[in-house]
Design a protein around this ligand. Sequence first.
Ligand code: ZN
Length: 423
Amino acid sequence: METRKRHRRIRKRRATIFATSLLALIIIVASFSIFQIEKNTQENQRINKLSQNLGLLYKNSFPTKNVTNTKIIAFSTKLTDKKGKIPNKNYQLFKEKLSLLDLKVNKQNAINALFVSPVMLGKTLKTSTVKTSTTQKSIKAVVLSALPKDNFLTHAQKEINQAKKQVSARDKEQNLLQKILTAITQNPTNSNLLTAQNTINKLPVATKNKENQALVAAVQKFYAGKKLIALTFDDGPNATTTPTLLNTLEQDDVHATFFEIGSHIAGNEALLKRQTADGDQICSHTWTHPELTSLTAPAANLEITRAATLITQITGQNWPFYRPPYEAVNQTVLNSVNMSAVNYDVDTQDWEDSTSAPVYSAAMAGAHDGAIILMHDIHPWTVAAVPNIIASLKQQGYTFVTVSQLIYDKAGAIQLHHDYFGW
Ligand SMILES: [Zn+2]
């Protein structure tokens, strides 16, 4: 009896202890879980915050210039600190985002180096500036090995190599251009002017305008304070009369402008080469000498350019000038071709004459600073009048120029679709 009672007591006590222990355990487990939940919430907040920061950075990074490699490295360091402290999948997610961001920034750097550079935009011109330009620095600064290995790398490598070649080629051209511009301030020969203009034409628009101004300034510096006059000869070349005229021009060291009829050139190529060698300017006077205003725009274009192309083939001269026969030009003609018309403001009307005296008188009567004098090298009396015209004009202090030299000096950079006719 006693034993049974004691056993019952013991069982009761054991049950109480078990229940108490169980309760305690439950409480402990519950507390721990609550602590864990709390801890996870804090971690999640931190993760969210980091995520937001990264997300913001990510969102704002491309294509704006706000994200730099420095910022990425800073974030990367922060993320490395979080390793082991945040769930691995989150860590990996951010790492992935970072590398993507890194790629974008490097891509942007590469793109900046290639396209958003001063040289590409033509902001820098002088050789010295180009050499130390941001572009070249940034092209060098694009560390390709730092870029992720994907198709972009191969593409970027090609683009950058190409850009480097372009910059190098442009650098050489700039060098050449600077030399020519310097030479032009000493003597603006037809050949130097043409080389300079053709070099400038290949430059980007912003650069082109600046260098055109430099070209004009060089020409104006040379001719400052001088009275300029341009002798122009139409309707040649002529195998009989033109050589005599060239003898005069060469002897008197005078450079003139010839507007040649394209269909007259065959067989007279040597004359054009001789004119070019002596420093004369040669331009188109159309192929068959039609009244351009009576033609359609494409027909006018063909008339002008057919002769111009042949002249370029023979002489290398590609001045964007033509003289419309009979002075006949209108907006349709001017718009028909990427060139400009060059007319005159002194007409000797030498085609009406048969002797030299009236040609001489007309030239001298019309002579003034900035004049473009019209004559024809197909008339023997005109050719015979030229030595006296030159002698008298020299006596009056005139400097003989080609049409291009006169345009640069009097009107500035060459305008297309324009009608020039003296000043
Ligand atoms: Zn003519």
